[in-house]
Design a protein around this ligand. Structure first.
Ligand code: SF4
Ligand code: SF4
Length: 178
C-alpha cells in the first residue's frame, strides 16, 4: 500500500524566519566567549605531544662525533624502504669502525612509524617533534646526512616549538637538507 507523505507546511513563525535567525545568532554569540581552539598558524605553532614522530635527526656525541655506525639495522627495519646508507671507515679513532658516508631518507616514502628508531643499537636515529617541513620537488624531500645532523642541532634541547625558537621554526623546511 502506498504511503502518503504530506509536504511540510511552514507555520506563521517559520515564515517570519526571525526565531530561526535568533537561534543561530545565540549560537554564534555563545562561541564569542569560549576559548579558541584554533591557532594562527604559521605565526603560532602547535606544540605536539611528547613522543610525536616527526622529522628525523641523526644524533651526535657531545664532542660532535656522529653516533651512527652505519650498521644499516634501521634501513633493514624500515617497511617503506626509504633509508639509504653508504658506509665507510670511521675517520675517528677509538671504538667504532664505521660511519655513514651518506645517509639519506626519502621523506615522501617514510610513514613515520619509528621502526628505524627502535631498531638502532646506538640510539643514533630519532624522530623529532618537527612536523612542518615542506619543499617543492621530490628530490628536495630527500633529507641527507648534513640535514639530519642540522635537525639534531635544532631539536637537541627539546624546545623547538617554544616561543624562543619560533623564528627558527618558521625557517625550517627541507631546504635545510641538501
Ligand atoms: S619512520 Fe618508519 S618508514 Fe620512516 S624511515 Fe623510519 S622506519 Fe622507515
Ligand atoms: S642510525 Fe642506527 S641503525 Fe641506522 S645505520 Fe646508524 S647506527 Fe645503524
Amino acid at each position: 500500500m502506498a504511503t502518503i507523505v504530506k509536504s511540510y507546511e511552514p507555520t506563521f513563525w517559520d515564515k517570519l524566519y526571525l526565531p530561526a535567525l535568533m537561534r543561530g545568532l545565540i549560537v554564534t554569540f555563545r562561541h564569542f566567549f569560549r576559548k579558541n581552539v584554533t591557532i594562527q598558524y604559521p605565526d603560532q605553532k602547535h606544540i605536539p605531544p611528547e613522543g610525536y614522530r616527526g622529522l628525523h635527526r641523526l644524533n651526535k656525541y657531545p664532542e660532535g662525533r656522529i653516533k651512527c655506525v652505519a650498521c644499516e639495522m634501521c634501513s633493514a627495519a624500515c617497511p617503506a624502504d626509504c633509508i639509504h646508507i653508504i658506509p665507510g671507515p670511521s675517520p675517528w679513532d677509538g671504538g667504532k669502525e664505521r660511519y655513514p658516508v651518506r645517509f639519506d631518507i626519502d621523506l615522501l616514502r617514510c610513514i613515520f612509524c619509528g621502526f628505524c628508531e627502535m631498531a638502532c643499537p646506538e640510539e643514533a636515529i630519532e624522530l623529532t617533534e618537527i612536523y612542518d617541513f615542506s619543499d617543492y620537488t621530490r628530490d628536495d624531500l630527500v633529507i641527507d646526512k648534513e640535514g639530519l645532523l642540522e635537525v639534531y642541532d635544532l631539536t637537541k634541547d627539546q624546545n623547538y616549538y617554544t616561543k624562543k625558537n619560533l623564528s627558527k621554526a618558521s625557517s625550517v623546511n627541507t631546504s635545510i637538507d641538501t
